[in-house]
Design a protein around this ligand. Structure first.
Ligand SMILES: *Cc1c(COP(=O)(O)O)cnc(C)c1O
Length: 428
């Protein structure tokens, strides 16, 4: 493969963007090498600046459930653009997308749109604090909820301690308002509630973790979170920014039949455009301005082109058989990759939740971040480059999910498995 153009563009980017990128994982730091630059995307494929075509399992980090530049989505966005880019005045599109979301997420009686997943979680946490009149929040180690100050924290020492900043610039006084417990550990969260229960505003969790690789909840775990929050009068926030319209159309809450108080969405609901949302029961959501006292606003929130991309993408996913077919293909891909790894004698631990999947280079089961981190990241890097050299792009980090779209058909899957067979045999 030629890389001259990408390499040149990378050198240019490094001159003007910190680290050459606008989001850290794009810099390929954990797998080595330098990123390719994209010229265009179509269906399951990306074409880079040198004209190389690769199968894409990153899909803009999840949003493109209908694939790149789906003709119907493109058409809809073009005609929305013809009507104007945005008004800062209501349009019917916001109501239509909210209704579509509510249909699949009955726990959300009211929806507020924002522009990113980060904004959704930050706002949901403010609302939870405003509603409960409490300050402490609980998150799970290895779950990612965007880069808001309160979420960019790591566990202190000991199980029920206040968190420490996980980035310079996060004030310790703020991180001390967050408690961090291991994911999938019912004892740890119970202990935290025993100590701090009366002061906890909310527990925020990825109901299927997707930012430590894909790690589904163990049986009974989400039920425990629900029961504890009810007992102590705290809110349960499901961060379904990744799992929404991925684990199931109705997200992890539909799949596991747990009703959270608040839900955050992003990624797929924007169909590739910048959209986030949060929602819950009317009495909680009515605490938001202009109805109530909890302030949150956005100049571009509910943007008509973004709403249109989301609406059309969800409409495509809702068609009979479409989601089930994607999920079935993901199952086929996972089992194919598992067979190939076994034949090559490469130990892997695999996970799947709907249309997202994880491939950990470890023999140990992965149920939390501590286990996930035992994966052989050097081996992952070899796998990543071995696949990319053969025209298949998986995430440039062991701790990210693989996603498929409606455009990943049988030909795409069999090309992927062919590449995997060669990569596992020769590169790892
Ligand atoms: C991607 C993600 C976010 C952050 O969304 P952005 O749009 O990148 O700000 C938050 N929570 C989860 C679970 C995510 O996967």
């Amino acid at each position: 493969m030629k890389h001259e153009s990408s390499n040149k563009l990378w050198q240019d980017a490094l001159q003007v963007l910190p680290g050459g990128v606008n989001s850290p994982v794009r810099a390929f730091k954990s797998v080595g090498g330098s990123p390719f630059f994209v010229h265009s995307g179509k269906g399951a494929f990306l074409t880079d600046a040198d004209g190389n075509r690769v199968i894409d399992y990153v899909l803009s980090w999840g949003p493109l459930a209908a694939g790149h530049a789906h003709p119907e989505v493109v058409e809809a966005v073009k005609s929305a653009a013809d009507n104007g880019f945005g008004f800062g005045v209501p349009t019917e599109l916001e109501t239509l997308l909210a209704r579509k979301i509510i249909t699949h997420y009955p726990s959300m009686e009211r929806v507020r749109f924002v522009n990113s997943g980060t904004e959704a979680t930050m706002s949901a946490i403010r609302l939870a604090r405003g509603f409960t009149k409490r300050d402490l929040i609980v998150k799970m180690d290895g779950c990612y909820h965007g880069h808001g100050d309160s979420m960019l924290v790591r566990a202190g020492s000991g199980i029920a301690t206040l968190a420490l900043p996980d980035s310079p610039g996060v004030p310790a006084v703020l991180s001390a308002q967050t408690l961090v417990v291991p994911y999938n550990d019912p004892e740890a969260i119970t202990e935290v509630f025993n100590h701090y229960g009366a002061d906890i505003a909310c527990v925020i969790v990825e109901p299927v973790a997707g930012n430590m690789g894909v790690v589904p909840p163990l049986p009974g775990y989400l039920e425990r979170l629900r029961a504890l929050t009810v007992t102590y009068g705290a809110l349960l926030v499901f961060d379904e920014v990744m799992t929404g319209f991925r684990v199931a159309l109705g997200g992890a809450q539909a799949h596991y039949e747990i009703t959270p108080d608040l839900t955050t969405l992003g990624k797929v609901i924007g169909g590739g455009m910048p959209v986030g949302a949060y929602g819950g029961p009317a009495d909680i959501m009515d605490m938001l301005a202009p109805r109530g006292p909890v302030y949150q606003a956005g100049t571009l929130s509910g943007n008509p082109m973004a709403m249109t991309a989301g609406l059309k993408t969800l409409e495509i996913l809702e068609r009979p058989g479409v989601f089930d077919d994607m999920e079935r293909r993901m199952t086929g891909l996972c089992s194919g990759l598992g067979d190939i790894a076994r034949e090559a004698g490469v130990p892997v631990y695999q996970t799947q939740a709907g249309t997202m999947a994880g491939l950990f280079f470890t023999e140990m089961p992965v149920h939390d971040y501590t286990n996930a981190k035992l994966s052989d990241t050097k081996r992952y890097a070899k796998w990543f480059h071995g696949m990319l050299d053969r025209g298949v792009y998986f995430a440039p980090s062991q701790f990210e999910a693989a996603f498929i779209s409606t455009a990943h058909d049988d030909d795409v899957l069999s090309s992927t498995l062919e590449a995997a067979r060669a990569a596992m045999k020769t590169d790892i």
